[in-house]
Design a protein around this ligand. Sequence first.
Ligand SMILES: [Fe+2]
Ligand SMILES: [Fe+2]
Length: 257
Amino acid sequence: MRILCIGDVVSQEGVEFLSARLWELKRRYRPDAVIVNGENSARGNGIDEYAYRQIIDAGADIVTGGNHSFQKKTAALLHEESKRLIRPANLINYSAGKGVLLLDFGRYRLRVINLSGSLCMTECLNPFEYAQRLIETDSDAITVVDFHAEATSEKQAMGYFLDGRAALVYGTHTHVQTNDARILPKGTGYMTDIGMTGVRDSVIGKAIECCVHNFRFPDQRMQISDAKGSCMLCGLFAQIDEKSKKCTDIRPVLVDK
Ligand SMILES: [Fe+2]
Ligand SMILES: [Fe+2]
């Protein structure tokens, strides 16, 4: 099966760029499933019904989340009611919605698992123990993991931990695409971070001036605003052999104009 994954869509700018450009990526890669991380898609971070609907209308099949999933007041209800929306399965303080989504393609089933890392992230249950438990429950499905984590070391460790058991493990959250898409020794497609979809000249999608100010003057922090300007789209494309459930091809995706 062919899978297209798109990194964190940031703000209305990112959502509009996704809406404008996803169709041509779908024509080029012909994916069976499109997985989009939407944790920053609402204005000022988080996800709301408006942004979620736009991402689905753009052509996403599954929308994943992260530490910002429950930032908006309406998020709990949105996660309860939205069939194609998931959030990290191992969050501690949030119970609305689900962290795993199963799609039945007839000949095979796709299982998407969203997990949060434990280093410098929202408090969560141990992602490795959680992954171990989940992976054992349905070893028959083609498993894809969006590992929403800050530390490259934790993401690499998760890749090797699931090597040969998940078809694809990729990172989200840091918004900077890494140059390491590859197939691990036991057949799992892996990429440390697939990057973001949003304004190119920004600090991870936010306005440069306020981010620089807040780093310079941590005692006089100002409100961070969404960046404006030309956008880019980052993600990955992977091909999975349905029988062996191993990855046979993985490539970074970057639309930068
Ligand atoms: Fe993000
Ligand atoms: Fe995040």
